[in-house]
Design a binder for this molecule. Sequence first.
Ligand SMILES: C=C(O[C@@H]1C=C(C(=O)O)C=C[C@H]1O)C(=O)O
Length: 475
Amino acid sequence: MTEVTVSPAATVPQLSAVTRVLNELPDLLAFADPESPLYWNRGDRGCVGVGEVLRLSFAGADRFVAASRAWREIAAAASIDDPVGMPGSGLVAFGTFAFADESQAESVLIVPRLLIHRHRGTAWVTEVTVTGGPSGAPAAGAAALAAGPDFGSAPQLASARSAADVLPAQRVLDATAWAGVEFRPADVSDGPGARGGSAIEAYLAGVREATDRVVAGELEKVVLSRQIAGDLRAGQDLRIPLLRLSERYLDCWTFAVDNLIGASPETLVRSTSGAVSARVLAGTRGRHSEDPVRDRAARDELLRSAKEQHEHDFAVQSVVSALAPHVSELRTSDAPFALQLPNVWHLATDLGAALGAEATALELVDALHPTAAVAGTPTADAVAMIAELEPFDRGRYSGAVGWIDAAGDGEWVIALRCAQVEGVGAPAAEGATAAPARLVVATAGGGIVEGSDPQHELGETVSKFRPITEAFGAV
Ligand SMILES: C=C(O[C@@H]1C=C(C(=O)O)C=C[C@H]1O)C(=O)O
């Protein structure tokens, strides 16, 4: 093999990012693409991306490390004009990463052309242009640069009289035009890897087998999941489920990245200006909002359950030991607390720490993924058992979704309570005459330990699907 030396300038795309304050608070979703929105929101902080100037694609066991390396190079080569200096201002990439090393699903980092941000009472917009580097050629690592029509253009924001001048036209949301998606247990017709017969029976059999193997001492905990699928009519506005999720799940991160849409309550890791935090969840009870007495009893039973506390400890310990080498002053909330979401109660522990040696948010994700909350304990045995017992590729479900900025800061959550929507333009089924529907596949699971009851676990997945079935539903 001949060795070729390539100068970094020739392989790394050169980006220019210009950020400017907006004088008015934008209605974020009005700017999002109805068919493929890019969105990240929690409470009164959020952003929406418009267009795409860069897409980097990764796969395999080193997907997080390769993405972090590629992003470090891109950020170092970028020209950034950012008078705002807030988390998420300046140059930012959004990502969604597969759960399994062997997954067929693509893990991506995406840099939008425009990023419109709201942070409580302030707002800003960032415009990114590609000013140099390879076009369409493989970039750093396994990355590929997809240069759009914006390639080589100069940022307009730098010379615009008002930042609002560069914003695209707004599109009003019409919730009345939404045709609800009806979900069914995913089966063999819903894609490669799905097994025929009753998907629910298969799930219950998996839970029974996993419980037996825990009792036999093979491992302590394994998280098993199942899938449901539905058809989204062509031309439907995906901002509607996003709006519903962000209005209902205020304590969650509502996200849409590369058609992975959901509202996750679980912070894998947040790293900003040297402060690191995480929220660990494990232990779940369905809510009974219609009956406050029963609802409180479910919460109290969760808080008192030795089984759930034990399961929760696994999850906290897995995060503590993964994070410890990268941080100092690691502390956790004293005892697990009950986190109240519209669909479930969770046992929750918050962690805080100071970032030790310099590490990007993606490097922290690499250290943490997969936690016991989505894989089990010990990790390697649990991951192997998931591959054996789950009859499908999890794709990006229970992987990581979030953003990273040029300083390596970012917010990454575990991709839970979410659905993958097929891309626009997927081929129509044979013999179809109407415009093709888009398949929506949601996944949810729970931790199986000694004493787990299959019907109870099934009920728990129903509660965990609620954010998605309701957000995509008719009302
Ligand atoms: C696996 C999921 O959730 C995880 C599993 C939980 C549990 O087993 O109690 C709770 C929260 C999450 O960490 C899911 O939502 O699909």
